[in-house]
Write a protein that binds this ligand. Structure first.
Ligand code: PHE
Length: 449
């Protein structure tokens, strides 16, 4: 394999960088509103089951592919299954990364706007309606959101162009611990608010009557998006793992960190909302931008909490953006043989161009609809709910039925460190449970209901 491909230097670096990819807007922005829309506690149980039966096995499958092939998401399939069409699965993953980047960087731009506004003292003294209008006015502006998007891409470029070890790993080692500290402070604060208990009841008391067939697909989409699986991101990152990295431990740690951050974020958000008598109804994507500023201003020291919250969101997003960029950079770098810097520049330019389209879908381009959805909503739908679960099915089939048994067994048992029984259980999950389960959920969500 090409020398100078780089790699993560330590096991801690592996876990922090991989968790950095997983923990993002998906946990702090998407998970709470999806949980809110699906009625709370029961959805969380469903979510945990999907992680255990689909998420962790699918993540391990990607690790297995990336660590064995030591190449980008598409080339990895070519190396393991030469002459086949499997590389298309990886290529679709690269495209998914580009689509996600197009709107993810826009939302990250919103967090910078709100960070900035909390510093300027602009998140104070407004009514519920004024906050709601503030967000709508901001996204209706054709220029400002685009400027923030460009700043986000530029900052990410500064990190990613430094490479895997000096860019991704270093940034994750600084930003992830900061993120954990901010999150814990916010959670303690939120739990101390009078009335937070009602929020906890909403979150943890399972009311199964709230679940629909659609909730199942929501849970699958949320797990794939949140764990960064089904599109080659984990193949790309694991191609930088050293030989001795233990796939079971790594996937279990990353899944636990990812889930904990999602649940603690929901505690922060719902604890705070309920204590101010706000209901988590259909707030959708505006939840953390419309509702929270209004709550923060009512809390003692509100500006500080708002500032901390948007810093949290920003840190989480950046480490995910660099992982999305890396999927495309590794692909361009190894397929078109362009330098890392050149590849980073190309990807950054494409991201800004798509970011512009997605930001404009809230204003000048709001007439553009695909399947009844604006560009922004469509990008979220087609990636999280369609392409990533499909990618997950394909990768499960690849590991379960196509890749050499001995190779998979060696990787899963960490060269015989774990008993063969674990490998056997894994094979049942990856050959049958994952592909059949996700396909069934897909079909049932298409049925009329
Ligand atoms: N997992 C990230 C989040 O939850 C998003 C992401 C998806 C990152 C796919 C990389 C790849 O925000």
């Amino acid at each position: 394999m090409a020398t100078g491909r780089g790699g993560f230097s330590s096991k801690l670096g592996v876990v922090l960088a991989t968790a950095g990819s997983a923990v993002g807007l998906g946990n702090i922005w998407r998970f709470p509103y999806i949980t809110g829309e699906n009625g709370g506690g029961a959805f969380i149980l469903l979510y945990l089951a999907v992680i255990l039966f689909f998420g962790i096995p699918a993540m391990m499958a990607e690790f297995c592919i990336g660590k064995t092939a030591k190449a980008n998401a598409s080339k990895a399939f070519e190396i393991i299954a030469p002459g086949s069409k499997w590389y298309i699965v990886g290529l679709i993953g690269v495209i998914v990364a580009v689509i996600i980047l197009g709107y993810y960087t826009v939302v990250t731009g919103w967090t910078l706007e709100y960070l900035f506004r909390s510093v300027l003292g602009d998140l104070q003294g407004k009514s519920v309606l004024e906050y709601s209008n503030m967000f709508d006015d901001f996204t209706a502006d054709p220029v400002r959101p685009i400027l923030w998007t460009a700043i986000v891409v530029f900052l990410s470029y500064l990190i990613i162009s430094k490479g895997v070890q000096n860019g991704i790993e270093k940034a994750s080692k600084v930003m992830m611990p900061m993120l954990f500290i901010v999150l814990i402070i916010l959670a303690i604060r939120s739990l101390m608010l009078p009335g937070a208990a009602a929020g906890m009841k909403f979150l943890f008391y399972p009311d199964f009557s709230k679940l629909t067939l659609q909730s199942l697909l929501d849970a699958v989409g949320q797990v794939f998006f949140s764990m960064s699986i089904g599109m080659g991101c984990m193949i790309t990152y694991s191609s930088y793992f050293k030989k001795n990295v233990d796939l079971i431990k790594t996937s279990a740690s990353v899944a636990s960190i990812d889930t904990l951050v999602a649940i603690i974020s929901a505690i922060v958000i719902f604890g705070t909302m309920f204590s101010f008598h706000m209901q988590p109804d259909e707030q959708g994507p505006g939840l953390v931008f419309k509702t929270l500023p209004n709550i923060f201003q009512q809390m003692a020291g509100g500006i500080v909490w708002a500032l901390l919250f948007y810093i949290l969101l920003f840190l989480a997003s950046i480490t995910s953006i660099i992982s999305l960029l890396e999927v495309v950079i590794a692909y361009i770098n190894e397929t078109w043989h362009l330098s890392r810097i050149k590849s980073s520049r190309i990807v950054s330019a494409i991201t800004i161009a798509l970011g512009v389209l997605s930001a404009l879908s809230f204003n000048l381009l709001s007439f553009v609809k695909i399947g009844g959805m604006g560009l922004f909503d469509f990008s979220d739908f087609i990636t999280a709910k369609v392409l990533m679960p499909l990618g997950g099915i394909a990768m499960a089939i690849f590991i379960g039925w196509r890749m050499g048994r001995e190779e998979v067994k060696n990787e899963i048992t960490n060269m015989g460190k774990y008993p063969v029984a674990i490998y056997k259980i894994y094979m049942v999950l990856i050959r049958f449970v994952v592909p059949i389960g996700i396909t069934a959920i897909f079909i049932s969500s298409l049925l009329p209901h």
